[in-house]
Unconditional design. Structure first.
Length: 82
């Protein structure tokens, strides 16, 4: 799966949790999930579970702590798919 495909799926998963529609409309690799998209930190668990379900991967707690931007999520997921 290409990084573009992963990016599209990641954005799709984040969409219902994002509170900032303007940031969502111009989302990119440097978009910060909590600060820019205003995803509630409590909902981040749901986002990670959705990533795991969608991509058939497991994401360790330590890995979750390193994910701040959409690009971080795409890189992490892509690395687990190879």
């Amino acid at each position: 799966m290409s990084e573009i495909d992963v990016m599209n799926k990641v954005v799709g998963i984040l969409t219902p949790y994002a509170k900032n529609s303007e940031a969502l409309a111009r989302v990119g690799p440097m978009t910060h999930i909590l600060d820019d998209l205003k995803v509630n930190s409590a909902r981040l668990v749901d986002v990670v579970l959705a990533f795991e379900d969608e991509f058939g991967i497991e994401i360790a707690d330590d890995d979750v702590d390193a994910v701040n931007t959409v690009g971080d999520a795409v890189r992490l997921i892509s690395s687990k798919l190879t």
